[in-house]
Ligand binder design. Structure first.
Ligand code: NCD
Length: 305
């Protein structure tokens, strides 16, 4: 593995072994001193050309927990505003000496382009509405921790699937790991060609709710046009919102996940988000461990201990 750009093409064994490594890093993160020297002397640059709370800080925490140094690029205060190109920006940061770049960009494919310009590993922290591979790993890890396996689990991904890079990566990862995935959304928020996804389709959340083991809730991606394709947010919430009432109709051991950022009261009711069966903060914690696993794999540390 030279880069970590997409879930597409990873086998069940590839995913399983990354999750196994992540389990070991979960153990490291629970130690009194949650740090190992594996990547001492390496530098990881985080280059987020699009807003982020979780993913950027999680990659930085992961790099530091492996004893790597971090450098962080912020587009708002950078020379992008003076007309510098993406390529010159990347080559400038590379020239300072960085061993890996974590990239988030609004443009689909940007991390692949950067991987052509530099020989160091590039990690995709989310490109357009395309891929978000470490999110899929942390989601799969959270589900595997809870149920022991993804095999034959019924997972409903609910909401703005059309504009979601999380949904794309998750569907590939969950189905490769043996789960039975259903995309639940109004037609206008389903992928344009749903058949290319390894998932069933339902336009009626109430119809599938009681069968699901995992309800994976997505934000309406207003910035990508998601809010303009249904009549109003209250109507969306009425039909697709994971309310307390809908939550009460789930199987007793079903769990709720959300990649964040949440819009409480829109796609998920606050009381559901705060329920112990909503593992949203476990997802955040696991994000650090899976990013440690990927950084460790790419930067070839010798021993984790
Ligand atoms: C998502 C993203 O940016 O792709 N968040 C995340 O990384 N956890 C989802 C979103 O913005 O809705």
């Amino acid at each position: 593995m030279n880069h970590f750009l997409t879930i597409e093409g990873l086998t069940r064994d590839d995913l399983g072994s990354l999750l196994d490594d992540a389990d070991e890093f979960v153990e490291v993160l629970h130690r009194p001193i949650p740090k190992v020297p594996a990547l001492r002397g390496k530098t990881v640059a985080t280059m987020f050309f699009e807003a982020s709370t979780r993913t950027k800080m999680s990659f930085e925490k992961a790099a530091k927990a492996l004893s790597a140094d971090t450098m962080s690029f912020s587009p708002g205060t950078s020379s992008l505003s003076k007309g510098e190109s993406l390529k010159d920006t990347v080559l400038t940061i590379k020239a300072m000496g960085t061993d890996a770049m974590v990239v988030r960009h609004t443009a689909t494919g940007a991390p692949w382009r950067i991987a052509e310009w530099i020989e160091q590993p590039v990690l995709n922290g989310g490109d357009g509405a395309h891929q978000h591979p470490t999110q899929a790993l942390l989601d799969a890890l959270t589900i595997r921790q809870h149920f022991g396996t993804l095999d034959d689990l019924k997972i409903g991904i609910v909401g703005d699937i059309r504009h979601s890079r999380v949904a794309r990566s998750d569907i590939q990862a969950f189905s490769t790991l043996g789960a039975d995935v259903t995309m639940v959304a109004p037609r206008t928020l389903l992928p344009v060609v749903p058949e290319v996804f390894d998932a069933a389709v339902s336009e009626d959340l109430d119809d599938v709710l009681s069968d699901l083991d995992v309800v994976y809730v997505l934000r309406v991606q207003a910035e990508r046009g998601g809010a303009s394709v249904f009549p109003s947010l209250p109507e969306y919430t009425a039909r697709y919102g994971v309310t307390k009432e809908r939550f009460s109709r789930l199987k007793p051991d079903a769990i709720v996940l959300h990649p964040g950022p949440m819009n409480r009261g829109v796609e998920i009711e606050g009381a559901v988000a705060d329920d112990p069966r909503a593992l949203i903060l476990d997802q955040v914690f696991n994000g650090v461990a899976v990013r440690m696993a990927v950084l460790f794999r790419l930067l070839g540390g010798e021993h984790a201990e």
